[in-house]
Design a protein around this ligand. Structure first.
Ligand code: NAD
Ligand code: IPM
Ligand code: MN
Length: 355
């Protein structure tokens, strides 16, 4: 039976990088007989321009009916002044909520060929292999907010952070299950020295941990975690954290691996899973044909693995990306003297040849 993949290019470099990932998927399909079909849908600023909303109902419904969703990126300066509820970013937030995608897995594995590219010293990044498990449909992102009110004669705005025990339990269980399949270590990250939500988070994580005697649990405050990622990133196996902290720490963790353009993610939950690179629409390089497509290509590999259980094809794509780097091909974000500089399309061809 055919497997339906909904592709949402979005804005900025979104089209370039999803075109690349689909080309690689087609190559894998030829080789492994995956039977993939593609259906394209709009979201973000592109959808706002066409339909007046960032997430058309038809896009969400198509995602619900699909076997997997491949998402590019949304956003851009052009839409900076639209009404907050219609911003392009509302598309990805609406998809996460609408599909019940409560967990976002963001793996960071530093390819040997990229050890020299990290802004950190090679001896610090060699062997880094961690995954950030980010809570994705709760916390301050989805709490009540007020854009503007007058209090005591001054304009103010506010956003409410809140977490319930079941919300923390389900993401924590997923983090522990993930750790069981890896090196058996979970680091929970919070700000329990200041925030009530973090204290509830820490208590709940400790209770869930009782059911996993073989997994080691550590707690870190988020400020210290940000520092530890820079001084000794190899200490981490699974990091579990809330929505806002997970957003911030994952950009930091991504560059440990050389470039934000390399980092894939899988969002899983109650309905169809969604796969997207962690970076944004990169307006500064959009349309130039130089975006690094590897984060999106590796997201497509995660789609094959988790949604379609096509492990062999997923691994072939991951190996092709590694080989591309080993063979010296670099998009400008990773290029140095002595290597072959390639644009998005050329990088895609090189990856396809190696699948
Ligand atoms: P960004 O991730 O788009 O870009 C940050 C920097 O990284 C830029 O210099 C960019 O050129 C570079 N970069 C990002 N991806 C790259 C790639 N694949 N190859 C080479 N270089 C790459 O973050 P930003 O500039 O803060 O945000 C731009 C827009 O994207 C905003 O509207 C933001 O809200 C949105 N955004 C969307 C998503 C998403 O759709 N999931 C994620 C993050 C940001
Ligand atoms: C990400 C992005 C999104 C987030 C934005 C675009 C809403 O930064 O996926 O990391 O904050 O979750
Ligand atoms: Mn982010």
């Amino acid at each position: 039976m055919a497997k339906k993949i909904v592709v949402i290019p979005g804005d900025g470099i979104g089209k370039e990088i999803t075109d690349s990932a689909v080309a690689v998927l087609k190559k894998a399909d030829e080789k492994y007989g995956l039977g993939l079909e593609y259906e394209y849908h709009d979201a973000g600023g592109t959808a706002y321009d066409k339909f007046g909303v960032p997430l058309p109902e038809t896009t969400l419904e198509a995602c619900k009916a699909a076997d997997g969703v491949l998402f590019g990126a949304v956003g851009g300066d052009k839409w900076d002044n639209v009404e907050p509820s219609l911003r392009p970013e509302k598309a990805i937030l609406g998809l996460r909520k609408g599909l019940g995608l409560y967990a976002n897995l963001r793996p960071v594995k530093v390819a040997d060929a990229l050890v020299e590219y990290s802004p950190l010293k090679p001896e610090l990044v060699r062997g880094v292999d961690l995954v950030i498990v980010r809570e994705l449909v709760g916390g301050i992102y989805f709490g009540d907010r007020c854009e503007s009110e007058i209090k005591d004669g001054h304009e103010r705005a506010w956003d409410l952070e809140n977490y319930s025990v079941p919300e923390v339990e389900r993401i924590t269980k997923l983090a522990f299950e993930t750790a069981k399949l890896r090196r058996g270590k979970v680091t929970s990250v919070d700000k329990a020295n200041v925030l009530a939500t973090s204290r509830l988070w820490r208590r709940t994580v400790a209770k869930v941990a009782e059911g996993y005697p073989d997994v080691e649990l550590g707690n870190l405050y988020v400020d210290n975690c940000a520092m530890q990622l820079a001084v000794r990133p190899t200490q981490f196996d699974v990091i579990v954290t809330g929505n806002l902290f997970g957003d911030i720490l994952s950009d930091e963790a991504a560059v440990v691996g050389g470039s934000i353009g390399m980092m894939p993610s899988a969002s899983i939950g109650e309905c169809t899973s969604l796969y997207e690179p962690i970076h944004g629409s990169a307006p500064d390089i959009a349309g130039k044909g130089i975006a690094n497509p590897m984060g999106t290509v590796l997201s497509a590999a995660m789609l094959l693995r988790y949604s379609l259980h096509e492990e062999e094809a997923a691994r072939a794509i991951e190996k092709a990306v590694d080989k591309t780097l080993e063979d010296g091909f670099r998009t400008p974000d990773l290029w140095k003297e002595g290597f072959t500089k390639v644009g998005t399309e050329e990088a895609t061809k090189v990856i396809c040849d190696r699948v």
